[in-house]
Design a protein around this ligand. Structure first.
Ligand SMILES: C=C(O[C@@H]1C=C(C(=O)O)C=C[C@H]1O)C(=O)O
Length: 116
């Protein structure tokens, strides 16, 4: 069983099991996790909308024989997202990695559309 160090009423450190965590700590954890769940749901919905748009771009490109990837556009997006991340106090390297991960999937979709 996992043990957690908590401060007792006399100020001394006591060990409590996961099942015995103070009710107020449990409530705070639940509140934060509820927000995390809402944010995760928003991320999924936003990504779904983004992929709907990129799918339309994929069809447009295939129809007009344009290449699946546009490195110049990607470079502009990465610069923009890194700047946004910095002002939001999010690690810009993480923001760049995330965008590159999403873009790679989009390009894969565009290649599939172009072959179809
Ligand atoms: C969606 C496009 O296709 C690709 C995917 C991009 C993206 O997911 O943002 C950006 C540039 C392209 O490499 C596009 O050209 O706009």
């Amino acid at each position: 069983m996992t043990q957690t160090e908590t401060e007792g009423t006399d100020g001394t450190a006591t060990m409590s099991t996961n099942d015995e965590i103070d009710e107020s700590i449990r409530a705070e954890l639940t509140r934060l996790r509820d927000s995390i769940d809402n944010i995760d749901a928003a991320v999924v919905h936003m990504l779904a909308e983004r992929f709907k748009c990129t799918q339309q771009v994929g069809y447009l490109k295939a129809e007009h024989k344009l290449p699946p990837a546009d490195p110049a556009r990607e470079a502009r997006q990465i610069k923009r997202l890194r700047d946004l991340a910095e002002s939001a106090k999010l690690d810009p390297a993480f923001a760049e990695k995330l965008l590159n991960f999403i873009i790679a999937e989009v390009i894969r979709h565009h290649e599939t559309i172009a072959r179809s």
